[in-house]
Design a protein around this ligand. Structure first.
Ligand code: 3PG
Length: 394
């Protein structure tokens, strides 16, 4: 894919779509990772003498009232602080004020306009990929840099719509995501081990099926492991079970028995509560009135052994209810085990596991932590992402 490095930027109005959809609480940004990850591309355009016109969505905007806490203004302020440079914030998504400010931009200056989803209030223009909106935004610049990997699974006016009208290249973050996640799925260095967790099998079916075809081992933990244990005929007590997925789990186990690695012991609790009474039992001894909320120590050790010698590791989804201290050991143990692997490409496929690694202070020990949630999942499923396809099309 053509990148921001392959094109002339000097003096040009560069439309830059980033995914700055950061978590916020009471007007404060609670994790600025997506802004930090967008910096290399922004800095490159500044240094190359381009005029940066930056935009993103933030949350979902359905009514006029939503606008109050969905403004991108705090993101512009944070960016300005990180760049140590002024960022002109325009509180509109179209119109004269925005157009005039773009005309006034000088080389190396940065302008950010308001949340693209403000265009959804009068009929989903942004998220419905309204043709005239994509065309309008494209008309504001000379070239389009799409660096919004986290949004690549969406076909919206601010990525696909603009790309349909103007030369489109990728930014550094997009490149990095393609290199690591795309690389792991398409041409992994082997052994390739995938570790999948999270509550529901139904959320991850596509990923499980795709990685079973690509990986050498697929470790399954988290809530979804219990549906697989049930498929093996085990008593799982009141653990999470997706009854309608048991057959599928059986088929996958039969087809790929040598690849799938399941827990050997689990931490069971009397109820789903942080202070619930709990104990560790083998997977053949789960009491009928208790539920599994984490993997046990023997399982952590066994999973670690599978990881030894791996050259590519993809991790997606926690191993237990890691928000509760008593049931966080599995996720912490696995995070640490992957972080400590030497000579392996280690990739976290976004979402909860990315947050866990950052909270635990292991972020720097991974080769790549994806900025995508839904986008990483769909990428790992082997699906085509519209926000990626649009790059280089024109
Ligand atoms: C994300 O956080 O996954 C992306 O920013 C996409 O957001 P969305 O699910 O609201 O489209």
């Amino acid at each position: 894919k053509k990148t921001v490095e392959d094109v002339e930027l000097k003096g040009r109005k560069v439309l830059l779509r980033a995914d700055l959809n950061v978590p916020m609480s009471e007007g404060e940004i609670t994790n600025d990772n997506r802004i930090v990850q967008a910096l290399p591309t922004i800095r490159h355009i500044i240094e190359a003498g381009g005029k940066v016109i930056l935009f993103s969505h933030l949350g979902k905007v359905k009514t006029e009232a939503d606008k109050t806490d969905k403004t991108l203004k705090p993101v512009a302020d944070k960016l300005s602080e990180l760049l140590e440079q002024d960022v002109t914030f325009i509180p509109h998504t179209r119109g004269e004020m925005l157009e005039d400010a773009i005309d006034d931009l000088k080389e190396g200056e940065v302008l950010m306009f308001e949340n693209t989803r403000f265009e959804d209030i009068e009929g989903k223009k942004e998220s419905g990929n309204d043709e005239s909106l994509g065309k309008y935004w494209a008309s504001l610049g000379d070239i389009f840099v799409n660096d919004a990997f986290g949004t690549a699974h969406r076909s919206h006016a601010s990525n696909v719509g603009i790309g349909a009208n103007i030369e489109t290249v990728s930014g550094f973050l997009m490149q990095k995501e393609i290199e690591f996640i795309g690389g792991a799925i398409d041409s992994p260095e082997r052994p390739f081990v995938a570790i999948l967790g999270g509550a529901k099998v139904s959320d991850k079916i596509g990923v499980i099926k795709n990685v079973l075809e690509k990986a050498d081992k697929v470790i399954i933990g988290g809530g979804m492991a219990y549906t697989f244990l049930k498929a093996q005929g085990k008593e799982i007590g009141s653990s999470l079970l997706e009854e309608d997925k048991v057959e599928m789990a059986k088929e996958l186990l039969e087809k790929s028995e040598d690849k799938i690695v399941l827990p050997q012991d689990v931490v069971v609790a009397e109820e789903f509560a942080a202070d619930a009474k709990h104990k560790t039992v083998g997977v053949d001894e789960i009491p009928s009135d208790m539920e599994g909320l984490d993997i046990g120590q023997d399982t952590i050790t066994a999973f670690k052994e599978v990881l030894q010698g791996a050259k590519t590791v993809v991790w997606n989804g926690p191993m237990g209810v890691f928000e509760m201290e008593n049931f966080a050991h599995g996720t912490i143990g696995i995070c640490k085990a992957i972080a400590e692997l030497e000579g392996a490409k280690t990739i976290i496929g976004g979402g909860d596991s990315a947050a866990a690694a950052m909270d635990l202070g292991y972020a720097d020990d991974f080769s790549h932590i994806s900025t995508g949630g839904g986008a990483s999942l769909e990428y790992l499923e082997g699906q085509e992402l519209p926000g990626l396809s649009v790059i280089d099309e024109k």
